[in-house]
Design a binder for this molecule. Structure first.
Ligand SMILES: NC(=O)c1ccc[n+]([C@@H]2O[C@H](COP(=O)([O-])OP(=O)(O)OC[C@H]3O[C@@H](n4cnc5c(N)ncnc54)[C@H](OP(=O)(O)O)[C@@H]3O)[C@@H](O)[C@H]2O)c1
Length: 181
């Protein structure tokens, strides 16, 4: 497995668990292109990066420039990676529940993640037999939520998740006892 990201410390922290951990800015077309040229053929491509809560807020209070950044940092990054990667097996993009919810303050997120979910069928048709899918998480307690002050974060997450069956936000840690059937 090869992982990529921008932060050298976070890459260093996983380097002993993966085949390679490379510094690549997914929003930079040239860095993405040279990474995939170096990487050669890839079995499975997972696109999970995002610029975080950029563009979050009611539309009337949101700068269009931030909405552009939300697209640049996720959708356009995914598109340039898919254009350049030589994939033989599957492409999985991470979208978000905002694509199909009706939550105020998420217009930009809905636009970006809705676009990701909508490109799955035509991409699957273009790239067959490579499989193309999107995974759409709900609310997950990760650094994505760092924009909410520490003392308010758990209350905020609970307000989004109290009505879902699990009644809590998801966690990003690896399960110690995975069950694969
Ligand atoms: N957390 C949630 O509640 C939630 C809900 C639904 C969907 N999602 C989606 O799930 C995915 C993962 O989110 P997360 O919660 O794990 O967010 P996160 O904790 O903020 O992590 C985002 C990751 O993306 C990397 N990244 C960001 N911009 C990048 C860029 N331009 N190039 C390369 N790497 C970049 C960051 O690494 P570096 O900083 O090292 O680059 C970081 O590892 C995202 O697509 C997000 O939209 C999250």
């Amino acid at each position: 497995m090869i992982v990529t990201g921008r932060d050298p410390d976070r890459l260093a922290a996983v380097r002993d668990r993966v085949a390679a951990a490379e510094q690549v800015d997914g929003a930079s077309e040239s860095e993405v292109a040279s990474f995939f040229d170096r990487a050669g053929v890839i079995d499975h491509l997972v696109l999970a990066f995002s610029p975080g809560a950029v563009g979050m807020g009611n539309l009337s209070d949101t700068r269009v420039a931030d909405i552009r950044l939300a697209f640049e940092g996720k959708l356009f990054g995914y598109l340039s990676a898919i254009q350049r990667a030589k994939v033989t097996g599957s492409i999985t993009m991470v979208s978000a529940v905002s694509a199909r919810a009706a939550m105020p303050g998420t217009v930009a997120l809905a636009a970006v993640n809705g676009a990701i979910e909508r490109i799955v069928p035509p991409l699957a048709a273009e790239l067959a037999p490579v499989r193309v899918n999107a995974v759409s998480p709900g609310v997950i307690d990760t650094p994505w939520w760092a924009f909410v002050p520490d003392d308010q974060r758990q209350v905020r997450l609970a307000s989004y998740t109290e009505r879902i069956p699990a009644g809590r936000a998801g966690e990003a840690r690896r399960s110690p006892t995975p069950c694969i059937i």
